[in-house]
Design a protein around this ligand. Structure first.
Ligand SMILES: *Cc1c(COP(=O)(O)O)cnc(C)c1O
Length: 385
């Protein structure tokens, strides 16, 4: 019933993930399209959520901006991991996933006539959320090696630019911005007085020496940065939908105003569980990374072994392949044919971009059990080996 939909939302009627998951089901394919883990997070957090429910904690509307327990846990987490001081009473807001807090931040900060500047390819929800605000999306392709290109970014700033939306560790490419790259991006924000929304949903998903650097820790950037986190990504409970933002009081106040009128409050019992998660010892976070790094190695080595090009990611649970070596010039065609041809589902990166450069790239989500990854590799070997 497209005719009822406002024109600015018409490009967002369906999502590629819905389409590809349907195709995966219809063909019995291994689905490496959608980025969610196929094993749950820590059992003790499930117990905390269940106990909260049984004890009547959070079963009725919790506090508007998040339970004080969770807001304190978020503040303590920012201090413990990054040395960032935020006040749990005023500088933190809890939301229904990072998704909602991103939408709230955009709605709070921009409207028709304003421009939101971001790199492409990007996490697909950004485009629809910017469209909801009526603001204009301006995208700049990532540079060589899919690294951020500050020169091109600076050239895209106009007098109407209000917000710089950045994401590291980066979905879909798996790159992790370096402190230097963030400093260069940050200088653009300072020079043009832009607000930065920093989507750090994968803050605990980085490998080897590619340690995540929060934007707000870089010189001069805390006061203009809204930092977004996701309990779903950090604790492998993507269905619980607990996310948050933290930052300077005035920016968080603006986000709170809008967010309280979206979902009003978010899943009470889960907030207690995520608070417990954020307080877990360093070993949890270390082992989480190690487990995912092992999956990355298994997947990327497996692809390389078959002769399929792959870009080893520094973070997230995504790896990118260029399909030209498999005889394709168009990753969308490749992804449409792959379920029939090999029994595997991947996502074409070009759907998250508007400029040329990503036509031949596909994204694999490797946050799956070893036997699932191995089955996908076996199938790809049969089709392409
Ligand atoms: C998954 C994801 C989100 C959304 O997180 P939720 O907490 O599930 O809403 C935000 N940003 C990026 C880059 C993501 O990949």
């Amino acid at each position: 019933m497209t005719e009822y939909l406002v024109p600015r939302m018409r490009p967002y009627e369906s999502t590629i993930f819905g389409e590809m998951s349907a195709l995966a089901a219809a063909t019995g394919s291994v689905n490496l399209g959608q980025g969610f883990p196929d094993t749950d997070g820590p059992t003790e957090l499930i117990r905390v959520a269940a106990d909260a429910m049984s004890a009547g904690r959070g079963n009725q509307y919790p506090a508007a901006h998040g339970t004080i327990e969770l807001r304190r846990a978020i503040a303590a987490h920012q201090q413990r991991f990054y040395g960032l001081t935020v006040n749990a009473d005023t500088d933190v807001v809890v939301a229904t996933g990072a998704s909602e807090v991103l939408a709230a931040a955009l709605m709070a900060l921009v409207e028709a006539g304003d421009e939101v500047l971001l790199f492409e390819p990007y996490f697909d929800i950004y485009a629809a959320q910017i469209a909801m605000t009526g603001a204009t999306r301006i995208t700049v392709p990532l540079g060589p090696g899919l690294r951020p290109d500050p020169v091109a970014l600076r050239a895209a700033v106009t007098p109407r630019t209000r917000v710089l939306l950045i994401n590291s560790p980066h979905n879909p490419t798996g790159i992790v911005y370096t402190a230097n790259e963030l400093d260069e991006i940050g200088r653009i924000a300072i020079d043009h007085d832009l607000i930065i929304i920093s989507d750090e949903a994968y803050e605990h998903l980085w490998f080897d020496s590619a340690q995540h650097v929060p934007t707000a820790t870089r010189p001069g950037l805390f006061d203009r940065t809204i930092t977004v986190g996701s309990g779903g990504k950090t604790f492998s409970f993507t269905g619980w939908k607990v996310g948050w933002a933290s930052g300077p009081t005035d920016l968080i106040r603006a986000v709170r105003v809008v967010r309280q009128h979206l979902s009003f409050v978010s899943g009470g019992p889960f907030q207690y569980a995520i608070a417990a998660g954020l307080a877990m010892p360093d070993s949890y976070f270390r082992e989480f990374r190690a487990g995912l790094a092992a999956k990355r190695d298994r997947w990327c080595e497996g692809l390389a072994d078959i002769g399929i090009d792959v870009n080893w990611p520094d973070g997230t649970y995504f790896a990118i392949s260029d399909v030209r070596g498999l005889g394709y010039e168009d990753a969308q065609k490749f992804c449409r044919e792959l379920p029939e041809r090999a029994g595997v589902v991947a996502i074409p990166v070009s759907l998250f971009a508007h400029h040329p450069g990503c036509e031949t790239l596909v994204r694999w989500a490797f946050c799956k059990r070893e036997e699932v990854l191995d089955e996908a590799l076996t199938r790809l070997r049969r089709a392409f080996g």
